[in-house]
Structures are given as structure tokens and as C-alpha cells.
Design a protein around this ligand. Structure first.
Ligand code: SF4
Ligand code: SF4
Length: 691
């Protein structure tokens, strides 16, 4: 009776405390800005089953993945036994389900899983504390996160050990025919402990059984109430968080509706009356309450595994940025703001903010928006959204964009390109080539099948001009019905958006959309994966809807259709390695088209250590192309060039103007220019065909 009352009191306290913690966390997440992401339910359920339940991202690293699944599945199954423990605790019975046929087989299955949990936890403890894997010992892994991880692992080992002791003592008591212990038959794992326990007296065995039982149940209750204060809260939040994953392409950046009206007024597209009078409280995010609820949910879901930081090119090359720290800082700040708001109301202000006090400009501006972090995260956390919102605040409200990047933005504003060239010179790249201009073609009453988007790099970067010229030669060879905008094309705004200058992005985008729509453009082919991403994924938010393909996709389609035959053997003795541009590969899932085009060119192909989804960024995305790299041990492009050179290649094939600039520099700094060349895939095709 006393035991049942004690149990009930403990259970009630546990439920109350757990409810209170969950309530606080939910309230804190709700401090974020609203975001309606209840669309595509089927796709969301599928993602949740694959990523959260199926642990699809965990198994990419097979050993760690399998061990994690052992703990995850084991812990869930073992705790099914909790049902019996709960009923026994409340009713004062003992093994109330012992009447079930094959009860001992069921318990034996649980024991196998419990053993798996112990083994996996011991391996994890050794990895953290013995092997000292670097991702568990980065700067942000201060005393508490390290202790938290160890507490959880040790607790799990102790809980499972208590279970085995309890079951072993129980079996000996059954053998001794003690009343209250129903005959269940032997249990598989704890059966091995029986000889150790058989010499104990009945009272000692009853004590061990009782102690094991109470230790297990009190441990589980305590564990349940510890979890909301620990990174292990992901065991609950992972499921809803993954359900609400970003379903758009990784490199898509959401539109700032608040800016659209202002830009449309400035451009004379709508009047102030039409725009309404809605005041914008803040552009971008200064503090956690400026982030969406989803970013705050991300913060609570982080497992602190460090997989994101482990693949971050900025972190890998010694820069201060760690995507895990961005998430941990967001959670730490949210805890403080949440407590402050609960105590002082919504006006709470401690004169601190996520921007500046937690996350420094150095961290913020080191990001290349390569999305290696989001790709790797096992619970689909979106670090880049937080970084982008902070950059937007930094740029639009603090005007603290790095100076060189700012100069590029000023050029975009003045000349429609990040470099200081006149917009009038935008067609000089095409000198001597047959390049139809859209205005002429359209005025002649024709609508070309393709608009070839040249991009700022294609128009003004001396090296990249050669790439777009090569591509045009291929288009002409194929007799493709295409045209270019010529002087009417302006910068896509990709750099402006990634630099946080949403005003400039939207001005560029709306201007280009107006031009494209006026010519009733339907299909766009484009060499620059950054512009490809912006035109394809971001212009639709501003009513620019086109079918956009990358030039490698176009080439692959033409080869597959039998229109493009690469019969030359200019590269027969060459060894080619392909560098995946982040905005084409990880961003938009295109890994095959460039490789299929390359496979049509007679030559040897080799892959770099990091390729496809795990490719390493060249270091130029996210505005980095136009700014000094943040302090670190190494330039990112050098790291990537070294990976390329390790393959023993004679050609590094690229498919992006930024990658081309970076890899070319890398080859130069390594003084390998005479042995290793850097060509765009369009150039390799054109050269192979003697065009
Ligand atoms: S997007 Fe790339 S550079 Fe930025 S934090 Fe993630 S991994 Fe690092
Ligand atoms: S953000 Fe994701 S990958 Fe990074 S530490 Fe957290 S759970 Fe791991």
C-alpha cells in the first residue's frame, strides 16, 4: 500500500514537472514570428518517416548510424516494459503480464535490445572521452554540453543495468519458489547473471529486485524531467521538426514580403495607397523573437552532434563560424528571452541580442551559404535561414555589410553588375559571334524557344566570357532557337540577397521579371548556378515564373536526344575531375547531368574525396566572391583545390563562374598551372567538337 502511494505520488510529480517543462518550451517557440508551413502534407509525412523515424541521414555514417539506431530502437522497445512496471507500481502486483504466453520470450527480446543500448552507449562514451572525436570538442562544446552528453549516456547504461539485476534476482526468487514471484521461465540475457545471484539469501534477492525496480522507474521519471533541459529533447521534437522541414530547394531563400511593397512603390509599380500602411517592425532578425517559430523549434531540436560543423567549409578552414554554435546560441538566447518574457511580459529587454552579443559579425559573414550543414543535419535543421535573417538585419538596419561586399552591391545598384563596368558594355562578350538579341527577335514577331541568361559573370568576367562564348557556339551548332536580353539583362540579385540586401535584390528581380515577362519568356537556360537558382526558385515569389535549366542539363538533354554528338578526342589522354557547385548540386539536386556530359567526352574521370552531396564548397558563394575571407587558417578554395589535385587530375571541370574563379586561383597558388587546367563543361564540349 505504502509502495503504491509512493509510486503514485512520484508519477504525479513526474507528469506535472514534465508538462510544465513542455509548456515552457512550446511558449518559447511561439515567441517566434508566424510561418505557415502546413502545405504538402504527404511530402511532409514522407520526410518525417524517412528522416526522423527511418534515420536516413544517420546511416550515411554507417557505424555511428547503426549505433544510434541501436540506442533509439532499443530505448523505445525496452520502455514498452514500462507499461507493466507502471501497472505493477500502481496496483502493487508483480509482473502482472506474466500470464501472457511466451512472456519470457518477450522479456528476453527486450533484454537483447537493452544489451544493445548498453553496448552502443559504451561505444559512444569511448568515442567522446577516449577517442576524443574533434566534433565533440569544438569551441562551443563547453563544460555543460559535454557533461550533458555523458550524463545521458551513463544514465542509460545504469537504467539498463538495473533492469538486468532486477530480472536476474527475480529468476532466482522464482527458482526458490518465493511467493509473489510468478513462474515465467528463463530470460535470455539476465539468465547469465543467475549463477552470480543464486548464493544470495531471499531477503537480499528481494532487496536487489526491489532496488532494481525502483532504480529503474525513478531513473526513468528523473530522465523524463531532465530531457527538456538537455540536448536530448530531440527525442521528442525531432518528429515535428522534421515534419516541418524546408521542402523548397536548399539554396532557396524566402522572400521578404515586407520589402516587396516598399520596392514596388520605389519602382512605381504600385502606389502608396495600393500598398497600404502596414508598418514594418524590423527588417531581418536582431534577436530570437525576430526569427520564425520554425527556427526556434530548430534550436530546441539540435542534438549537438556536430555533423554540421564537421562539414562546414568555413569551420574546416579554421574560421570562427560553426553552424552548431549558431543553433546552440539561438537556443541559449531563447531560454533567456523566454524567462525574461515570462517574468516581465513582452516588453522584456535586457539590452542584449542574438546579433552581436551571441553571434559575431565574423561568424555571420564567414558563411558561404553552401548548405553542407543543412544537408548533413540528421534532424533537418536549417542553419542558413537564421544566418540570412541576421545578415538582413545587419545589412538593412545596421548598414554593416563588409566594405568590399558593399562596393559590389553599390556597383549592382549603379551598373547592374557587381563589377565597375558600364551596363552599356553588357554585350561586348559576344563580339564576333552570332547572338540574337531578344528585342530584335521579338520585334520581328518571333518568340525564341530559349532565353539564354548570360549573367553578370558571363558578361564581364574575362575568363567566364570564354565559357558563355563556348556555350553559344554549341547553341548555334545545334541551331537552337534562342536569344539573349543583351543590354536589357541586369544582375539577378543573387549576391545582393545573400548579402542581406533584400531591397536591392528585389529591385533587380522585379526589373528583370518585368523585362522577361514583356518578352513572354517561358524557358531560360543559364550557365551560372547562382542565377539558375535565383531565377528558378526565387523569382516565382515575385511573379517571375519560368522553366529554368542549367547549361549542363541542356547539354545532357541534347546528348541523350542524339542531337549533340561529341566525336572529337581532344581530351583522350586527360584525367578529369568534376567539382560540384553547391548551388547546382546540394542546392538543386543536380549531380548527374554534368557527369553524364563528361562521360560523353573520351577521357578518364576521377572523383574527389568530397563529391556530390558531400562536395566541398569552393568558398565563393553567399557573397564571399566579393569580400575578403574572414580570418582562419586557410582559404576554402585552397582546401578544395588540394582535394582536386589529390586525384591526380589534369583537368578540373567546373560548371559555375564563381567555382571557376576560385579553382583557377587555387591552381595558380599551387603553381600547377602548367600541369592542371580548369575548364567549364561547356568549354570541354566545344573544344572536343572543335567549335
Ligand atoms: S552554409 Fe556552408 S558555410 Fe554556411 S554554415 Fe552551413 S556549412 Fe558553413
Ligand atoms: S544542427 Fe543538426 S547537425 Fe548540427 S549539431 Fe545540431 S543536430 Fe547536429
Amino acid at each position: 500500500m505504502i509502495s503504491s502511494i509512493t509510486f503514485l505520488v512520484l508519477l504525479a510529480i513526474t507528469i506535472f514537472l514534465f508538462y510544465r517543462s513542455i509548456h515552457t518550451i512550446v511558449k518559447n517557440i511561439k515567441l517566434g514570428k508566424p510561418l505557415d508551413i502546413n502545405d504538402q502534407k504527404g511530402k511532409r509525412w514522407k520526410t518525417m518517416f524517412l528522416v526522423a523515424i527511418g534515420q536516413s541521414k544517420m546511416v550515411k555514417r554507417p557505424i555511428a548510424g547503426v549505433l544510434h539506431i541501436m540506442v533509439y530502437v532499443g530505448f523505445i522497445l525496452v520502455n514498452i516494459e514500462m507499461l507493466e512496471i507502471l501497472i505493477d507500481g500502481i496496483s502493487g502486483s508483480h509482473r502482472i503480464f506474466a500470464f501472457i504466453p511466451y512472456y519470457n520470450v518477450l522479456i528476453s527480446v527486450f533484454e537483447v535490445f537493452a544489451l544493445m543500448v548498453i553496448v552502443a552507449c559504451l561505444v559512444f562514451l569511448f568515442r567522446r572521452n577516449g577517442l576524443r572525436l574533434s566534433r565533440f570538442h569544438k569551441a562551443e562544446m563547453t563544460a555543460w554540453p559535454k557533461l550533458d552528453a555523458n550524463i545521458i549516456l551513463i544514465t542509460e547504461v545504469l537504467l539498463m543495468t538495473a533492469l538486468f539485476s532486477m530480472n536476474a534476482a527475480d529468476q532466482v526468487l522464482q527458482m526458490k519458489g518465493v511467493e509473489h514471484y510468478p513462474q515465467t521461465g528463463a530470460f535470455l540475457i539476465s539468465g547469465f547473471l543467475v549463477p552470480l545471484f543464486s548464493g544470495f539469501s531471499v531477503s537480499t534477492l528481494e532487496f536487489i529486485d526491489g532496488f532494481g525496480w525502483w532504480f529503474h522507474i525513478v531513473g526513468v521519471f528523473a530522465f523524463l524531467n531532465y530531457i527538456p533541459y538537455s540536448k536530448h529533447f530531440h527525442v521528442f521534437l525531432a518528429f515535428p521538426n522534421v515534419y516541418y522541414s524546408k521542402l523548397k530547394p536548399a539554396t532557396y531563400i524566402s522572400n521578404m514580403e515586407a520589402v516587396t511593397n516598399e520596392v514596388k512603390i520605389a519602382m512605381g509599380i504600385i502606389s502608396e495607397e495600393e500598398a497600404g500602411t502596414e508598418e514594418v517592425a524590423r527588417f531581418g532578425a536582431k534577436d530570437v523573437r525576430d526569427l520564425t517559430w520554425k527556427s526556434l523549434s530548430d534550436a530546441y531540436t539540435c542534438t549537438e552532434c556536430g555533423r554540421c560543423t564537421d562539414v562546414c567549409p568555413a569551420n574546416l578552414t579554421g574560421k570562427k563560424l560553426s553552424p552548431r554554435k549558431i543553433i546552440m546560441d539561438t537556443r541559449d538566447r531563447l531560454e533567456i528571452v523566454g524567462k525574461g518574457v515570462a517574468k516581465n511580459g513582452p516588453a522584456f529587454d535586457d539590452n542584449k541580442a542574438l546579433w552581436g552579443d551571441y553571434i559575431s559579425p565574423e561568424e555571420l559573414w564567414a558563411c558561404t551559404t553552401c548548405n553542407a550543414c543543412t544537408n548533413e543535419c540528421p534532424v533537418d535543421i536549417d542553419h542558413v535561414s537564421i544566418i540570412m535573417e541576421l545578415r538582413r538585419y545587419s545589412s538593412l538596419e545596421e548598414a554593416s555589410t563588409p566594405a568590399t561586399l558593399n562596393a559590389a552591391l553599390t556597383n549592382i545598384e549603379n551598373n547592374g553588375a557587381p563589377w565597375q563596368f558600364s551596363a552599356e558594355d553588357r554585350l561586348l562578350w559576344a563580339d564576333g559571334l552570332n547572338v540574337p538579341i531578344m528585342a530584335d527577335v521579338f520585334n520581328a514577331g518571333k518568340k525564341p524557344e530559349y532565353l539564354f541568361w548570360v549573367s553578370s559573370a558571363g558578361a564581364f568576367d574575362d575568363r567566364y566570357k570564354k565559357v558563355v562564348r563556348s556555350f553559344v557556339k554549341i547553341l548555334n551548332h545545334l541551331k537552337t532557337d534562342f536569344a539573349v536580353l543583351g543590354k536589357e539583362e541586369s544582375d539577378s540579385g543573387d549576391v545582393a540577397r545573400r548579402a542581406g540586401n533584400e531591397m536591392l535584390f528585389q529591385m533587380q528581380a522585379l526589373m528583370n521579371i518585368e523585362t522577361l515577362n514583356a518578352y513572354e519568356v517561358k524557358k531560360i537556360v543559364c550557365c551560372d548556378p547562382h542565377d539558375f537558382n535565383t531565377l528558378k526558385n526565387e523569382y516565382p515569389d515575385l511573379d517571375g515564373n519560368y522553366e529554368v535549366i542549367h547549361h549542363t542539363q541542356f547539354l545532357q538533354e541534347q546528348i541523350a536526344a542524339g542531337n549533340l554528338k561529341i566525336d572529337g578526342n581532344a581530351f583522350e589522354g586527360s584525367t578529369i575531375t568534376y567539382h560540384d557547385p553547391c548551388y547546382l548540386g546540394r542546392g538543386n539536386g543536380e549531380y548527374d547531368a554534368p557527369r553524364e556530359v563528361l562521360s560523353a567526352i573520351p577521357s578518364v574521370k576521377v572523383e574527389m574525396k568530397n563529391n556530390k552531396a558531400s562536395s566541398l564548397c569552393c568558398g565563393a558563394g553567399g557573397g564571399q566572391m566579393f569580400k575578403e575571407a574572414e580570418p582562419g587558417e586557410k582559404e576554402i578554395f585552397m582546401e578544395r583545390t588540394e582535394q582536386a589535385l589529390e586525384t591526380g587530375c589534369s583537368i578540373v571541370a567546373t560548371a559555375c563562374p564563381f567555382c571557376m574563379a576560385m579553382i583557377t586561383d587555387g591552381i595558380k597558388y599551387k603553381q600547377k598551372e602548367s600541369e592542371v587546367k580548369n575548364y567549364d563543361i561547356a568549354e570541354l564540349v566545344a573544344l572536343s567538337m572543335n567549335l
